[in-house]
Write a protein that binds this ligand. Structure first.
Ligand code: PEP
Ligand code: MG
Length: 571
């Protein structure tokens, strides 16, 4: 049974213009025929089934149970061919199919006289509403619920199971958006690129594509209109999906890209531009285990240790001694003289911590999170700084300490006083536009700044960083965000103090050249991104970095900025 439709025939693009564009997520160039994920069960088959239903409630429940068994078994079988997170996603979806609560809700509706498909639809809606109200991770499972509804419906009416099965030749997968169960089963040998109509850089599709290293473009308007089998060239660096492909030219571009990727694998640091201007390329880590992994990469230290991630499951504040052990586990692998930047608790909003985050805030992203936790509870911050100082002593290292969510000069000054009492280097994050606007004054009272582009973008554009529907706004290439970064970098140059970037923007090789051109001195990112960034900087002259910054700042939108920078880098 295959639910992917691909034909070998090369058909004309349905786009007409020859190029569709979206938000680039994972760089890389790939060529292949379009395969589409069938997400809907054919309406005529459903109607025909509904016309011949009604079965008795007991018979209908037996049909439901049979469908549950088959769909769950198929997901479990796929999970045994997958590994890690992918396998876990498939098992979790299989468990949701077999959920007793869902069965009970279906049965209740059947007993009340509803036909089977209506009962299934109603029960799924009931759970989807509940999950949405619960918010957070439960809300994210609504996609899984709708996915299993389609799979069960298909089985009940006798249609092929919707979703993704492995194509028989290397193909470009095009979808509205991908269900977690679909992305989990992706085989990079057969799916050479991902293109989705919906979703943003933080969508599930984007995260899995990054993990697997599959070139990916999201938010491509018109993508699902492409006829299956159309040969397309996907450029995950520019966001272009070319639908009128010159085969020879495309093959040459793919070859060059593969050559470049092989070059990336060989990059071993330290980072510098082609002219030798040094840039610190560093790792973002979450705990001791991730620090142990990061140290194997060519990084010059840790540019962001998100301490709150160590305490997400703690119901009570750990003692200073306990905290020092947690921090020492991150400092130790880098205690050979490399810098580790420890960020104090950024609890709140999307990362609530039981013992620190206030309950029941109307709007937690704009509420008491990050440094603001210390306004009413200064002891919480002081004990954390003490724990960091103790860890420094235990490991013989000199961590830098920075505060998240700083808005004013006074906040920066108070924080600096607390950290300097322990003889440590102190800095603040630039995540709130006011901190960028006040960078010159703030740098008078701290030793360094680190720009958190994820939140800086969210707060500059007033767009929730998790909202797929606002992905075009939560893009660090937005000119307003670039100007705030440039302003902060200029303040750093004026004071002769380091200004780094530790948000996702640092992991984008083209954007990295822009940031360095503005005067950013360090870039901190997920370790698997360092080679691409380091290699790009090594291939770019100082003059090209400066020019890249100029053209990006002069652009009026992210698309124009990316294209202008690409032209500078290609030249
Ligand atoms: C940021 O906001 O860019 C940042 C690095 O912090 P976090 O992603 O942890 O909010
Ligand atoms: Mg942040």
């Amino acid at each position: 049974m295959t639910s992917i439709t691909a034909s070998n025939a090369s058909s004309a693009s349905s786009a007409g213009t020859g190029v569709l564009t979206g938000t680039p997520v994972v760089p890389g160039v790939a060529l292949g025929p379009v395969v589409t994920v069938t997400s809907e069960v054919p309406a005529d088959v459903v109607q025909a089934y509904e016309a011949r239903d009604p079965a008795s409630p007991d018979d209908a429940l037996a049909t439901y149970d049979e469908a549950v068994g088959v769909v769950a078994d198929s997901l479990v079988a796929r999970s045994s061919n997958a590994s890690g997170a992918a396998s876990e996603v498939l098992v979790a979806t299989a468990n949701l199919v077999k959920d007793k609560g869902l069965r009970k809700a279906v049965k209740k509706r059947l007993d009340a006289g509803e036909p089977l498909l209506g009962a299934l639809r109603g029960a799924v809606e009931q759970f989807a509403t509940l999950f949405t109200q619960m918010g957070g991770l439960m809300a994210e499972r609504v996609t899984d619920l709708h996915d299993i509804e389609r799979r069960l419906t298909a089985r009940i009416v006798g249609a092929p199971e919707p979703g993704l099965s492995t194509p028989d030749e290397p193909s470009v997968l095009v979808a509205e958006d991908l269900a977690p169960a679909d992305t989990a089963g992706l085989d990079p040998a057969f799916v050479v690129a991902l293109v989705t109509e919906q979703g943003g850089p933080t969508s599930h599709t984007a995260i899995i594509a990054r993990q697997l290293g599959i070139p990916c473009v999201v938010g491509v308007h018109g993508a699902t209109g492409l006829a299956p089998g159309t040969r397309v060239l996907v450029d995950g660096a520019t966001g272009a999906v070319e639908t009128e492909v010159d085969e020879a030219d495309a093959a040459e571009r793919v070859r060059k890209d593969q050559e470049w990727r092989a070059h990336l694998d060989a990059w071993s640091g330290p980072a510098a531009t082609k002219d030798g201007t040094t840039v610190k390329v560093m790792a973002n880590v979450a705990d001791g285990a991730s620090a142990e992994k990061a140290v194997a990469y060519p990084v010059e230290g840790v540019g962001l240790f998100r301490t709150e991630l160590c305490f997400l499951d703690s119901s009570e504040e750990p003692s200073v001694e306990e905290q020092s052990e947690v921090y020492a586990a991150v400092l130790r692998p880098f205690a050979d003289g490399r810098t580790v930047v420890v960020r104090t608790l950024d609890a709140g909003s999307d990362k609530p911590i039981a013992y620190a985050t206030p309950k029941g805030e109307e709007n937690p992203a704009l509420g008491i999170r990050g440094l603001r936790l210390s306004f009413d509870n200064p002891g919480l911050l002081d004990r954390q700084i003490e724990g960091i100082a103790l860890a420094a002593e235990k490991t013989g290292s000199s961590p830098w300490v920075m505060a998240p969510m700083v808005a004013t000069v006074e906040e920066a000054e108070t924080f600096a006083g607390r950290v300097r009492k322990h003889g440590l280097t102190v800095g603040v994050m630039v995540e709130i536009p006011s901190a960028a606007l006040l960078a010159e004054q703030i740098l008078e009272v701290v030793d360094f700044m680190s720009i958190g582009t994820n939140d800086l973008t969210q707060y500059s554009m007033a767009a929730d960083r998790m909202s797929a529907g606002l992905a075009h706004l939560t893009d660090p290439w937005q000119p307003a965000v670039l100007r705030l970064i440039a302003m902060t970098a200029a303040a750093g140059k004026k004071h002769g103090k380091p200004v780094g970037v530790c948000g996702e923007a640092a992991a984008d090789p083209a954007l990295a050249t822009v940031l360095v051109g503005m005067g950013i001195t360090s870039l901190s990112m997920a370790p698997n991104a360092v080679r691409a960034v380091g290699a790009q900087l090594g291939a770019t002259s100082d003059e090209a970095c400066t020019r890249a910054a100029e053209v990006a700042l002069a652009a009026s939108d992210p698309h124009e900025a990316r294209a202008a920078v690409r032209a500078v880098l290609d030249a």
